[in-house]
Design a protein around this ligand. Sequence first.
Ligand SMILES: [Mg+2]
Length: 367
Amino acid sequence: MGIERVEVYSVTLRFFEPFRIAPGASEKSRNVVVKIVTDYGVEGWGEASPSRRVTGETVETVLEALSKIAPKLIGMCPLRIEQNVETMDRVIGGNPAAKAAVDTALHDILGKTTGKPLFMLLGGYRTQVLTDFTLSIKTPREMAADAVKAVEKGFRALKVKVGVNPSEDVERIRLVREAVGEDVEIRVDANGGWSPEQAVEVLNRVEKFKIRFVEQPVPAHDVKGMAKVRRESPIPVMADESVHSPSDALRLIREEAVDLINIKLAKSGGILKARKISDVAEAAGVSCMIGCMSESEIGIAAGAHFAAGVRNVSYADLDCDLLHADKLVKKGGTRVENSMRLFSRESGLGVVELDTGLLGKPLAVYK
Ligand SMILES: [Mg+2]
């Protein structure tokens, strides 16, 4: 049995409202969807949500990378995922979001071929996953109002985006905490927006607001700065933009720069390598989170299955599909109730039906 065809689509998903983080704002996400069709009637879906800022990728680079990768996959056994990933890496370096789309589709096929939901094949550690809800950067008062709305919808963990202005950031965190009370978990993400000195100051000032962890307080390349923040702040430090690969994870752990690591499939190149990052981290006693870029329900399902399967992935930030006004998946995928990502009994990713209007015609078909 082998891969018969690879179809590549481009989709544009509008946000309900512009989504702002420290480095900038966006109104829609442009993603690439991959469908891999086998010669035994099983097909798999995957998605690339490229981030130029984080990995240097765009829709155009993803399409270009897939034009080189896809022809090499034709005739390969889809279940030999490690071999297929090696092939991708031989054809082209980097391009992790493009590779994540292929890796995810292969994992979807693995699940459908064996008739199991993917998380059961990845370890089956949990049957549901707690996700936070992310508060886009606005004024502190507006963010507190958004926090209340999210908690009213059932979310038990919030991720507060900061990293613009230290004293305003302290206000953001203070007002959100006051608005939601003591029982909601608050996580903070600066997206590299602070200097090490600013981070240490802000984090010491907000310690009393019970912050679970801070993501990427300083720029991605500043490993020494991360280590300084970790030493001088009372709040656990999570690396996001700084860690793309197992060797990045190893380096930050050696430099004593992290307590936690945020894995994203669009950074790691898919589930197979995400697992390797988590395993390196686990060996050092470092727990992981699975995050997202701006995927639809397809990419989110992949992250959720990974988080459910793997014990060391003890946090999830899988909410970006909820921020989209456009819904690519009409039937299936995961759903959220009371902050929990829940799975169906469908095999693989569980994605059953897509909105064919949003998906459109394939931009390219490789066979
Ligand atoms: Mg982050």
